[in-house]
Design a protein around this ligand. Structure first.
Ligand SMILES: NC(=O)c1ccc[n+]([C@@H]2O[C@H](COP(=O)([O-])OP(=O)(O)OC[C@H]3O[C@@H](n4cnc5c(N)ncnc54)[C@H](OP(=O)(O)O)[C@@H]3O)[C@@H](O)[C@H]2O)c1
Length: 278
């Protein structure tokens, strides 16, 4: 049987494919546009769209485990399709936002909860990976670091625990290759609390150049962010920053418990992606 990785073009999905191949697994990978995938010949590549369950008739054939992004509108037809195809275990890239107070009514928490609940209701074995904010969110700063050696921010003292996408992929690979995480819902974070200001300073330190923070208003920040992300996300990001000023978000040790290794630091993420900022 193969493992199906849906969204192999994604930062996490691509690393899940690589981790499974390292473990000698037979891998099938999908994208809505497979032409953009560049994977070893041994990977079986197919087109599939989470919002078009019929596209999973060929993609899920002969597959017993699936890695899934939660970016879909109606989970039930897709999950029914996976069950009919004989899939046994779904590993879903969810979000820590499902654990926050008010998740049911929150835009971000509720969209992941809906998918988690549909998977649970199906009776499929499942693992819900619940990461907090990604270190890769800092990639949005690349142009201002490159152009101005400065990052405009409305709430530079917002505290986060940024996680390297490779840590999420490592846990996904553990979940997909054994029973250790059957029906588990690990909350995953990076190893340390960092303000946005400290993250900007880390980027400067890694690229060997002073990078400063320019304080901006929420309106200025919204105008800037809307060049990169949809409006609904702009509001969510700014609200999250505002609420994270002076906060002490949870630092999870689940990554180490599951893999036996220390979590990758934000500095490691910046080092791995330094060309974004040079
Ligand atoms: N950024 C954060 O702080 C944060 C925190 C918690 C959770 N998350 C969640 O983590 C995910 C982002 O992870 P990432 O950085 O690895 O993403 P990414 O690099 O942006 O890749 C997203 C992947 O999702 C796939 N995808 C999206 N819609 C799809 C659809 N309709 N059908 C099939 N595949 C679809 C894409 O595949 P194709 O385009 O190739 O089809 C792509 O491979 C999102 O779901 C996000 O909500 C993010």
């Amino acid at each position: 049987m193969s493992v199906l990785v849906v969204g192999a073009s994604g930062a996490v999905g691509g690393l899940v494919v690589a981790g499974l191949l390292e473990r000698g697994e037979r891998v099938r990978a999908t994208s809505r546009d497979p032409r953009k995938l560049s994977l070893p010949d041994e990977v079986d590549v197919l087109r599939a769209d989470l919002n078009d369950p019929a596209s999973f008739a060929p993609a899920a054939e002969g597959v017993d485990r699936v890695f899934l992004y939660a970016d879909l509108d109606d989970p039930d037809p897709l999950i029914a399709r996976l069950v009919r195809s004989g899939v046994k275990h779904v590993v879903l890239l969810s979000s820590a936002s499902v654990t926050y107070p008010g998740a049911e009514s929150d835009f971000n928490g509720s969209r992941f909860l809906r998918i988690e609940r549909a998977v649970e209701a199906s009776g499929l074995d499942h693992t819900f990976l619940r990461p907090g904010g990604f270190a890769s969110n800092a990639a949005r700063w690349s142009w201002s670091v490159k152009g101005r050696s400065a990052v405009p921010l409305p709430y530079p003292d917002a505290v986060q625990v940024p996680i390297h996408e490779a840590d999420i992929a490592d846990v996904a690979v553990v979940a997909l290759t054994g029973d250790a995480l059957l029906n588990a819902k690990p909350v995953l974070t990076g190893p340390e609390r960092l303000t946005l200001r400290e993250q900007v300073a880390t980027i400067g330190s890694v690229i060997g150049r002073l990078v400063s923070v320019i304080e901006q208003t929420e309106a200025e920040s919204a105008a800037m962010l809307s060049q990169f992300v949809p409006e609904v996300w702009v509001r969510q990001i700014i609200t999250d920053w505002r609420e994270a000023v002076g906060a002490t978000p949870e630092v999870s040790d689940e990554y180490t418990r599951i893999t036996g290794r220390p979590s990758r630091t934000f500095r490691t993420w910046v080092t791995d992606n330094a060309d974004l900022f040079r």
